[in-house]
Design a protein around this ligand. Structure first.
Ligand code: FDA
Ligand code: NAD
Length: 441
């Protein structure tokens, strides 16, 4: 390959975009110092030591747009509108921006091997930002992922396919497999596109990693009012395919759901494969310290792939597959890498999750662990704007909080309450005060 860089970012998603902006902010012109390698919309398979500098593919973009605005029937945003870093109301980094700042983008290029000791591509520091990949149905023993009307949603190519498939069956039936983030957001998008949705998942309720049963009940009732059918505690065992398309989905209990299309969101796995056996792993990701530095000091990991200590949770190591985490860990790693004076401390991250579903919008801060104390009206009447939430109390303190329909100020108050780990001497009193506990603290 014959080129040497001071910094190489492996992966060209959310974290890579935010890291690039941070480099430029802190370092000025990055001419020949920084290179980003990404296989997004890959067109070639090359080794890390045999890179081709083509520019045929996409620069980093805000992945959350794919399951929201991108799927709208009208006025859907398209690139370059949602390149990073517009999601944080910051600069729009187009390919021209990278070129203006001397950052080399190696796009459409998959790295198939990496040797962090021998460094076959010359770098001083490697930032691993390889994100995660969608789990395939095949991993649960069901075949059919490659069929024309079976959709996943991880990258732009997947989103383009989903839009095409939705367009091919107006008024048709979709089976959504999975009741997590992808399942919930895609189901909302499908309904908005006038497609009839049945959701199938093994849990007792949707979003079971995050929602309490009461919170889930609200969203399920809301979705049901939009025509969504829930098939819970069920799993897909096979799919019937005819003329290259899935026509029905078979469930473990023998039920058969006819389908014009299938959307699958059954979880994600961090892309750690290149570094297995080379770097210490934890929680399914690359273990890093508070500076985002891996067990080999020349390697940093950020975003979905990084398992890092969360100070707020007493240094407990977490891997968080969320965009705010990708943005902040990327910026922190760059700050730590460029820190000449040793003034950058360990990351002090407040975990933050959010989703937007139809006209609903929820946020969760911190940890959903401990006793859940709900507040607000979880069963608002027709036409009422919902506003409710929950605190999680652990060892007499607020460990986490959830809010649906919060104003900006309420969301900020909730975040601050979690950040400070507000003391809860009296749980019934917290229940009585509800949202005011945070907003009138
Ligand atoms: P990301 O996946 O963004 O980027 C990884 C990059 O590495 C990709 O470009 C990939 O192609 C590349 N790569 C991987 N292996 C490679 C290799 N061997 N060679 C070259 N390149 C390689 N979160 C949230 O908080 N709120 C939200 O609303 C949403 N919405 C949302 C919607 C959808 C559809 C998805 C899929 C995800 C979300 N998320 C989200 C999650 C959020 O998008 C996710 O946490 C970030 O994208 C993680 O950023 P990373 O940069 O770590 O990975
Ligand atoms: P997820 O972990 O949120 O949900 C997976 C769902 O699949 C769960 O409901 C689980 O019960 C179900 N499931 C597991 N095995 C199954 C099976 N065999 N059959 C049917 N259902 C099964 O994962 P996801 O929704 O696929 O999301 C993938 C990634 O995208 C995650 O990293 C997520 O954080 C990210 N994402 C985040 C957001 C957001 O933060 N708003 C939005 C979209 C995607």
């Amino acid at each position: 390959m014959g080129r040497a860089f001071v910094y190489v970012i492996l992966g060209g998603g959310v974290a890579a975009g935010y890291a690039a902006l941070e480099f430029v902010r802190r370092n000025g012109d990055s001419r020949d110092k920084l290179c980003i390698i990404s296989d997004e919309q890959a067109r070639s398979l090359l080794l890390l030591c045999l890179l081709s500098f083509n520019s045929c593919s996409v620069a980093p973009y805000e992945r959350p747009a794919l399951s929201k605005g991108f799927l709208l029937p009208q006025g859907a945003p398209r690139l370059p509108e949602f390149h990073t870093c517009v999601g944080a109301n910051d600069e729009l980094l187009t390919k021209e921006w990278y070129s203006k700042h001397g950052i080399v983008l190696v796009l459409g290029t998959r790295v198939t091997s990496a040797d962090v000791r021998r460094k076959t591509i010359s770098y001083k520091t490697l930032i691993v930002a390889t994100g995660a990949r969608a789990l395939k149905l095949e991993e649960f023993g069901v075949s059919g992922s490659d069929v024309r009307n079976v959709c996943y949603l991880r990258n732009l190519g997947d989103a383009d396919k989903l839009v095409d498939v939705m367009g091919s069956c107006p008024g048709g039936k979709a089976v959504v497999v999975g009741g997590g983030y992808i399942g919930m957001e895609c189901a909302a998008a499908l309904v908005t596109n006038k497609i009839n949705v049945t959701m199938v998942f093994p849990g007792k309720h949707c979003m079971n990693r995050i929602f309490t049963p009461k919170i889930a009940e609200f969203y399920e009732r809301y979705y049901t009012s939009k025509g969504v059918i829930f098939v819970k505690e069920a799993s897909v065992t096979s799919m019937e395919v005819s003329a290259g398309k899935v026509t029905a989905v078979m469930l473990g209990d023998g039920r058969r759901l006819t389908a014009d299309m299938v959307v699958v969101g059954v979880g994600a796995r961090a892309n750690t494969g290149l570094f297995e056996g080379q770097l210490v792993m934890e929680k399914g990701g690359i273990k890093v310290n508070g500076q985002m530095q891996a067990s080999d000091a020349s390697v940093y990991a950020v975003g979905d792939v990084a398992a890092f200590p969360v100070k707020l949770f007493g240094g407990d190591v977490r891997r968080l597959e969320h965009v705010d985490c990708a943005r902040r860990t990327a910026r922190h790693a760059v700050a730590a890498i460029l820190d000449a004076t040793g003034s950058v401390g360990d990351i002090d991250y407040l975990p933050f999750f959010y989703s937007r579903l139809f006209s609903l919008s929820w946020q969760l801060y911190g940890d959903n662990a401990g006793e859940a104390v709900h507040f607000g009206d979880l069963a608002p009447g027709d036409g009422a704007t919902p506003k409710f939430g929950a605190y999680w109390v652990r060892e007499g303190r607020i460990a986490g909080a959830f809010i649906e329909g919060g104003s900006r100020q309420e969301n900020e108050s909730i975040a601050a309450t979690v950040r400070h780990g507000a003391a809860v001497p009296d749980v019934p009193e917290l229940r009585r005060r509800g949202l005011a506990f945070a907003t009138q603290a």
